[in-house]
Structure formats: C-alpha cells, structure tokens
Design a protein around this ligand. Sequence first.
Ligand SMILES: [Zn+2]
Ligand SMILES: [Zn+2]
Length: 332
Amino acid sequence: MLERAVEDPQWLNAARILLHVGASTTATLHGQPLLSFVQEQADNNQAGFNDLLEPFLRRLGQDIDPWVQPTALLEDRTAECPICLETLWTSTPTAFVKLVEGGGQSVFHVICAHFFCFDCASQQYMKQQQAQANEYFCPTCRATAHEVMPMPDIAVNPRLWFQFLDVNRSGEIDQNMAVQALEAMLPIDTERLHESIAGGWAAWAKGHVTENDFFSKGGLLEWIRAHQHDLANAVKRGAAPSLPADDLQDWFRHWDVEHRGTLDKGQVLRALCEASKTSSLETRRIQELKEGITKVWDKYDLSLGLTRQHCKEPKLAADLAALAEKVAGMAS
Ligand SMILES: [Zn+2]
Ligand SMILES: [Zn+2]
C-alpha cells in the first residue's frame, strides 16, 4: 500500500487510517523495514510521507509486551557530563561533530563517543574559538571537529540520529558508540548495561548496528522508543503508593492506568520493578520477580488477570509485598 502511495497519494490516507487502528509499525517492505521506507520517502520530500512519519514514530515501541521485554529504568547512577558532572540525559547531550556533504545533503556526525551537557559543550566551543584555533577539538580525547551539536531527537528524525552516530560514515554504528549514546539519552546505569550486553540481553547488541537492524522489529530504535514511552508514562503516573501488605486498593488504582479493571502479569511486573527498585537491565532480579509473580498467578488462579476484587485478599497482598521486599534486598 505504501509503495502505491508513492505514485498515488490516495493510498497514504488508507495507510494513516490503518496505523490509527493499530497496524504494525515494524512490518517490512521487500526486506526493508517499513519505517525506514517511510522516512526515506519523507527525506525525498515525497508528498504526504512527512505527515505519516510522525504517527509512525509515536506508535513505535508502544506495543512491546512488558512481560517479555520489561522497560523499567532507574534514575540513579546514570552518566554525567564529564565537565560539570550534571546528569547527562536530562541536559541535552551534545557532541563535537564534523560536517560531511553527500548526495546534495549535509550531514553532521560525531567524531568520538564523548557527550557533554549542552552548556559545557557550548562554553568549550567558545573558549576554543577565542583561542583562534583553526579547528575545534573534543576536550576529552582531542579529536578534531568543525562544530558542536546536540544529539538529534530520535523521536523526530531517527535517520538523522543514526547518521549522527555513524562516526566512520560506514553505514553502521558500533556497539560502543550505541552504548555511550544510550547512556547520554536515557537513565541507564553504565555497569549494568555492560553486564546485560555481555549476558546476551538485547538482540541489537552484537558488535555493530546497521541501518536496517536499527529500523527493524526488535531493533535499537524500537528499544529506545519503548524505554522513552515507559519514562513518559512514569512521569504521567507519578510516584506509586507503597505496596501495603494488607490492602491493595490504592495501589491497584494507581497501576490500572487505562481503567480496565484488571492488571496483567506485565503490568504487575512493572509495578513490582518500581516497588523493589529494580531496573529491567538487572536480569537476575527480573527473573526472580517473574518467578514470584507466576507463583502468585497460579496460587490465586489469576488467569484472567488481577482484579480489584483480588486486591481485597490480604494474603495475596502480603505475597506481592513480600516478593518486592525480597527482590529489593537481592544483590543486583
Ligand atoms: Zn556540563
Ligand atoms: Zn572525544
């Protein structure tokens, strides 16, 4: 349908409607991820595709099963600006870049994997300008650059983000670069991320990421968008009431965001991550939570989900609270 839309814009409306009713954002077209195709057409100024890109990107990562792939992140021990030690992910991560011209377009790309807060990068840039050097350089590794530039917003233009991090212009981002960029843009504990990758935790973490890998189902883009959605939802929800060992009514109301009257295993896992201060990067603690939740599911016959009625059962409440407490006390 999208292929026909390139010739006949009528098909775009149909695509927009399908997307609205929940069509998959991670399908492929002749082996090319659909999103990558839409972005390519938008970049070529193909009429209508720019409008289609936005809902595509908004949807991407929202239909991930939180039981299979939990996306809870903790906002402690995250990467800092190496100059002022400000938390990096909330202060516009910025890098020293070079400009390359190609195919009628100019593209900025980083020169190294060092990110700074916007203020420090700008100050460094002005200092170097006053020293009247011919070129600028990264204050950490002294690689030479043309400019400083904030990391492009992946939710607005993922291809620009990818090109920004493609330091060798090879059509690939190496894993180290991807990890440094993730730490700069999300609340991620560096040590835990490295451990998780070593444990084979993410499909995209396999040495390098090509543009097709990046846009594909289960790829880095979907992974990042899923975590960004989770963070935005957490802000909307606010802090959860503590998990009381007797009555779960308030707790249930807090987590039943869509007022469905029932919580599934994935939602309970997300809730217990928060109660036990567990990040989804901590594979052992996640495993423990999953096993505990599965036991509760069997014991109280929750095959249709956890309802408000179940929450009046003090034994069930006590079991969930005990599970959260046990996992909170585990070494990560
Ligand atoms: Zn700084
Ligand atoms: Zn550097």
